[in-house]
Design a protein around this ligand. Structure first.
Ligand code: SF4
Length: 343
C-alpha cells in the first residue's frame, strides 16, 4: 500500500490525522483484505478509498500447496508485468508460520545451482512490493487459518537482499515499525551470498536481526566457479566481514551449506570448512545449516541422507556445530534455490 499517497489523499480531503492511523492499524495489524472491511471508517469514506487505492501492489495468482509439509507458494504479478514468488512455511512451533520473501525480480548473482540465478536480473523490488508479500500472507492466514500467526520473516526468496540494500533496509524498518507490522527484530533473518561490505553495514544498522551467509563451497576455487560473488569478495574478505559482524553484534551467525553429491560433501570439504572457520574469532557463535540440494534444472545432484549424516558427524568431531535442515516446499519448487517465477 502506498502510505505516502494515502496520507496525501487524506490531507487533501481535509480528514483528521487519526484516520490514517486507523487505516494503518486495520491494514497492517488487523490484516483486512479490503478497505471496505474497516469498520472504524464511515461507509462513504471506505468506498472512496477503495476506489482510489489498492492494498497490495501486485496481483496474486492461485496458491500452490505442498501436501507433504504444508508449505505454500504463490506467484505475484507486478504492475509492470514482471513476476516474483513468495513462500509460506510451517514454523518450528505449531500454528506459527514463516514467510520467505523476495527482494529482487530474478537475481544478478548467477549462482550456478540456483533456479533464480538462471533467470538473470530483471529489477529491484521497491520496499512496498517487499512488505506487501508479508501483508499477503497475513491476509491469507486471517482468511484461512484464523488461529495461526505469521511469526518469522526470512529474506531468502528471489534475489540477493544486499544488492538492493536501500529498499530492503526501508522494508525492514516498516516490518519493525510499531504502528505497522511490529515484528520483533529477532524474528527477521536476512540471507546473503556473501556481499562482504554490506555484511558490515547490516551489523551496524540492524544488530538485532539474524544473518545467514550462503557458504556452500569451502575453497575459493570452487566457490568462485559456482558463486561469482566470490570473485569480488573471496573467503578471506568474507571471514573479515564476519569477524566485524560478530564483534559488533555478538550474535550467532548461520552458514547455509547446500550439500551436492560428490562435490562439496567429502571429508576434505569438512577439513576446508574448518580451515575457513579458523580465521573467525568467535567460533562459538557459528552454526552451519546443512541442506541437501533441491534438484532444479542443473546437473547438480543432492547428497544422500547417509552422506549428509556423515558430514554432520565429521563437523561435530572438529567441534563445529551444525544441523541437517529439513527442506520444505520441494514438491511445489518452493524450496531453497528453486524459485523461478514461471507463469
Ligand atoms: S542463490 Fe541467492 S544469490 Fe545466488 S543466484 Fe540464487 S537467489 Fe541469487
Amino acid at each position: 500500500m502506498d502510505i505516502k499517497k494515502l496520507s496525501q489523499y487524506l490531507e487533501d480531503n481535509k480528514l483528521p490525522k487519526f484516520r490514517l492511523k486507523q487505516i494503518l492499524k486495520a491494514v497492517y495489524q488487523d490484516s483486512v483484505s479490503s478497505f471496505l472491511e474497516i469498520s472504524t471508517l464511515a461507509k462513504d469514506l471506505r468506498e472512496k478509498i477503495d476506489k482510489e487505492f489498492n492494498i497490495l501492489s501486485f496481483k496474486p495468482n492461485e496458491i500452490q500447496s505442498d501436501k507433504k509439509d504444508g508449505s505454500q507458494k504463490v506467484l505475484l504479478e507486478l504492475k509492470d508485468g514482471h513476476a516474483i514468488e513468495t513462500v509460506l512455511m510451517p514454523g518450528s512451533i505449531d500454528k506459527h508460520w514463516t514467510a520467505c520473501i523476495s527482494s529482487q525480480v530474478g537475481c544478478p548473482m548467477g549462482c550456478s545451482f540456483c533456479a533464480t540465478g538462471k533467470i538473470g536480473f530483471k529489477r529491484n523490488l521497491n520496499y512496498e512490493e517487499i512488505i506487501d508479500q508479508v501483508l499477503f500472507w497475513k491476509q491469507y492466514l486471517k482468511k484461512n487459518k484464523a488461529e495461526d500467526t505469521l511469526s518469522n520473516i526470512v529474506f531468502m526468496g528471489m534475489g540477493e537482499p544486499f544488492m538492493n540494500w536501500d529498499e530492503v533496509s526501508l522494508a525492514i524498518k516498516k516490518l519493525l515499525d510499531e504502528s505497522l507490522f511490529n515484528f520483533s527484530a529477532r524474528h527477521i533473518s536476512v540471507s546473503t551470498s556473501g556481499v562482504a561490505d554490506k555484511i558490515k553495514k547490516f551489523a551496524r544498522e540492524f544488530p538485532q536481526l539474524n544473518l545467514a551467509v550462503s557458504l556452500v563451497f569451502p575453497n575459493d576455487e570452487e566457490r568462485s566457479k559456482n558463486m561469482p560473488v566470490n570473485k569480488k569478495y573471496d573467503l578471506r574478505e568474507l571471514a573479515q566481514a564476519i569477524n566485524y559482524y560478530l564483534q559488533t553484534t555478538n550474535r550467532k551467525i548461520f552458514f547455509e551449506y547446500i550439500l551436492f553429491d560428490g562435490l562439496n560433501d567429502r571429508e576434505e570439504d569438512v577439513t576446508q570448512i574448518a580451515r575457513f572457520i579458523a580465521n573467525i574469532e568467535k567460533k562459538h557463535l557459528i552454526h552451519i545449516n546443512l541442506i541437501r540440494y533441491n534438484s532444479t534444472d542443473t546437473s547438480f545432484r543432492p547428497s544422500s541422507r547417509e552422506r549428509a549424516e556423515d558430514f554432520h558427524k565429521n563437523l561435530a568431531k572438529l567441534k563445529i556445530a551444525s544441523t541437517i535442515r529439513k527442506s520444505v516446499g520441494g514438491d511445489i519448487n518452493a524450496a531453497c534455490g528453486q524459485l523461478a517465477a514461471k507463469k
